[in-house]
Design a protein around this ligand. Sequence first.
Ligand code: NAD
Length: 424
Amino acid sequence: MQDPTASSRIAGFHKLGIPQRIDAVARFAGLDDADRQHLADTGNLPADLAGHLIENVIGTMNIPVGVATNMKIDGRDRLIPMATEESSVVAAVCNAARQCYENGGFTTSMSGTQMIAQIQLAGVPDPEHARIRILERREEIRALCDGCDPVLVRLGGGFRDLEVRVLGTRGGAMVITHLVVDTRDAMGANAVNTMAETLAPHIAAWTGGQTNLRILSNLADRRLARARCVWRLQDLGGAEVRDAMLAAYHFADADPYRAATHNKGIMNGISAVVLATGNDTRAVEAGAHAYAARGGRYASLTAWEVTHGGDLAGVIELPMAVGLIGGATKLHPTARLALRILGVASAEELARVIAAVGLAQNFSALKALATTGIQKGHMALHAHNIAMMAGATGDEIEPLARRLVALGTVRIDVAQAELAVLRG
Ligand code: NAD
C-alpha cells in the first residue's frame, strides 16, 4: 500500500544506481519483492544502456514487435517491423498490402532530407531592415553552420538555405530566421540545434536585437515522404466498397473531428515503424499533424481518387524526420535489428517505407469502417485482451476469446462469467 504522505522529494535520486532507485520507488509506492524483481528485469535492453538513454531509469517497458508481410515498395519486397501495443495495426498493413501486391504495390518518393532550425529575434525597432541585413549574410551563415558539423558536411550534408520572416505576434514584430540544413541520415535535431545556438549571438550583433529561442521546427516540410498506390477494383472488393471508402475519405477531408481519427489511424502504422526503428515518434507525429493543418484547417494526410479504369488510387504526403543515426537508432539493439530486417540503406529509404505503411494503414481503416465496421476485425484480438483481463491464463485464453466472439459480446463481465463456466 502506498503511503499518501510519502515525499516525492528524493534527494540525489538521479545519482543512484538502478537497484537503489528501485528501492526508493518501492518504499514510496509500497511495492513488494515481486514488483522489484519485475522492474529489475530489463529484458533485451541492457539496464546500463537504458540508463544512458534517459534519466532516473528504474526499468524498461516491453512493447510487442510484429512484422507486416506482403509489402512491395518500389518493386522490392520488404518485411516491416512494427512496435505497437494496439491490436489490428499490424494486420491492417498486411491486409492492405496483400490487396495491392499483384498490382505492383507502393511507389514512393521524397522531397529531400532537409530540416529547419528557427532563431527568434525580438526587440528590433526596424524588423524589415533587420531581415534584409540577415539575408545579406548568407555566406557567412553558411560557413558558421557548416563549421559546427564537419562530419555532416563530409557526408554531403550541411547548410542549404536561409529564410527570414517578419512575424507579427501579440508581443510585437519578431524576426524569425530559418536555417535549412541537409541532415542526411540523421533525424538532425541535435545537428541543427547546435547550428542555431551558434548563429544566434551573431544575429543579435548584426541587428541590435535579442535572440531568444534557437530550436528546430518539427514541421519538417522540406523532408516530405510520399507514397502512392492503386488498388484494383477486383482486389479491393468491387465498386460498392470503393465508393464507400471514397465517401469516408471525403468526410475526413472535410471535417476535423473525423480527420483527427482518420490521421490517428495512419499514425498507428507510422508511429509503430518509427518506434521499432528507435526514432522519435513525437517528432514525426508533431510534423504530421502540423502538416495536416497547413491549409488553415486540419484535414486528411491522404487523398483518394478513382482512376480512368475505375480503380482506387491513394496517396500520402507528410513530413518524415527519421534517421539511421543519432538518438536511440544506433544504440537500441532491437532498433538496430529492425533496421536490418527492413534492409534500408538510408534515412530517405526508411522515410519512404514508412509513408507506404501509413497509406496501407489508411486503406485498411477506410475499408473496414466503410464496410463491416472496425469492431469486427478488432474483436478477435480485443477478445484475447478481455479474456486475459478476466483472469484467463495459458490454455484458457484462446477458447474463452473464441467464445466471446461467438457470443458477440466481448465484455469483461461476460468474460468472467464464461471463464467460470469454462473452469467448471
Ligand atoms: P545526433 O546528434 O546524435 O547525430 C547526428 C550527427 O551524427 C550529425 O550531426 C553528424 O555529425 C553525425 N553523423 C554521422 N554519420 C552521419 C550520417 N550518415 N548522416 C548524418 N549525420 C551523421 O542525432 P540527431 O539526429 O541530430 O538528433 C536526433 C535526436 O534528437 C533524437 O533522439 C530526438 O529525439 C532528439 N531531439 C528532438 C527534438 C525535437 O524533435 N524537437 C529536439 C531535441 C532533440
